[in-house]
Design a protein around this ligand. Structure first.
Ligand SMILES: Nc1ncnc2c1ncn2[C@@H]1O[C@H](COP(=O)(O)OP(=O)(O)OP(=O)(O)O)[C@@H](O)[C@H]1O
Ligand SMILES: [Mg+2]
Length: 293
């Protein structure tokens, strides 16, 4: 995989505008912490998805360091392939001590033990979307339900690491998903819409649960204005099937069954049957009605 050393001019512009945006958000948070007798963290007492407390003075130094080991060690020794566009990419080879945190249909995500707060998302060769994802992170700014993008090259992104279990794995392992997770994701989608984005492609592997709260781990499709029902259908399935039947019985749903459900859902979505469905006020307010792509 090609490495990309050195910053292009638009990289610098991106990082500068990102820095200004982060500073403004931090000033806003500081203002609120002065207003609250409990301090800034008490606005979202359980919302701390990061593994290690962030020391912002040290952060840019850490990002420089991680970029060096990505470009000097990870990328030259990495083989990531996309075999089928509708299936997760495959990591054939990666250097030690990097670990694979997860694979999506476009990219693989890696962690390094010396950098517990950050992850590296490497797009498989030929898979599109990295520049769009970078733009989404620029527009999202800083919000408790989302990660932060610290650096983007042509091949990879350096993001804050979010802790937690994907909803997909919660179903596989019978881990209870409380309604608060659904509410957090609803709120996060509304926030994204307020920033000119769309809650697109929110499936079970793109949402994490940590300490009973919900986080959105993949926002790469949020520039896509096409209607997407994925989250609306997950929410509906949650209240109609999961809460009354699956959660009380503590059922585990095997991976193969989830895979069948995913494939059937894709066929159903493409069939156009959604278009005949009724759109609720809630789906409108989340901007998620219509046919998924
Ligand atoms: N910031 C993060 N912190 C921790 N884990 C992450 C992070 N980003 C991604 N992951 C893990 O890596 C997996 C794959 O990442 P991601 O969903 O971003 O890839 P993708 O190829 O864009 O996915 P999709 O097929 O949904 O488009 C996620 O399901 C999650 O398990
Ligand atoms: Mg994903």
């Amino acid at each position: 995989m090609a490495t990309h050393l050195g910053l292009a001019q638009n990289d610098s512009q991106y990082e500068l505008s990102h820095l200004i945006e982060q500073t403004l958000v931090k000033l806003e948070q500081y203002k609120h912490s002065r207003e609250s007798p409990l301090g800034s963290n008490c606005r979202h007492p359980q919302r701390s998805p990061f593994l290690v407390p962030v020391d912002s003075a040290n952060e840019s130094f850490q990002i420089d360091e991680i970029r060096q080991i990505i470009e000097g060690d990870l990328l030259p020794n990495l083989v990531v392939r996309s075999i089928h566009p509708h299936d997760p990419v495959v990591v054939n080879r990666h250097p030690s001590p990097w670990t694979v945190l997860g694979c999506g249909n476009y990219a693989a995500v890696f962690a390094h033990p010396d950098h517990p707060n950050h992850v590296v998302k490497v797009y498989a060769p030929g898979r599109p979307g990295l520049q769009e994802e970078r733009e989404v992170y620029r527009r999202i700014g800083v919000h408790q339900a989302y990660s932060v993008c610290h650096h983007a090259s042509d091949a990879y992104l350096v993001l804050n690491r979010l802790e937690g279990v994907t909803l997909y794995d919660c179903l596989r392992h019978g881990i209870r998903i409380p309604p608060q997770v659904i509410k957090d994701v609803d709120e996060a989608i509304k926030y994204a819409i307020g920033r000119g984005l769309h809650g697109h492609d929110l499936h079970g592997r793109n949402i994490l649960m940590h300490q009973g709260r919900g986080f959105i781990v993949d926002i790469s499709d949020f520039l896509n204005p096409q209607p997407c029902r994925a989250w609306v259908d997950i929410r509906k399935a949650y209240y109609r099937l999961y809460l009354p039947f699956i959660s009380p019985l503590n059922l585990r749903i095997p991976g193969w069954m989830l895979s069948v459900i995913r494939k059937c859902y894709r066929i159903y979505a493409k069939s156009g049957l959604f278009a005949r469905g009724k759109t609720t006020a809630a789906t409108n307010s989340l901007g998620c009605s219509g046919i998924t792509s």
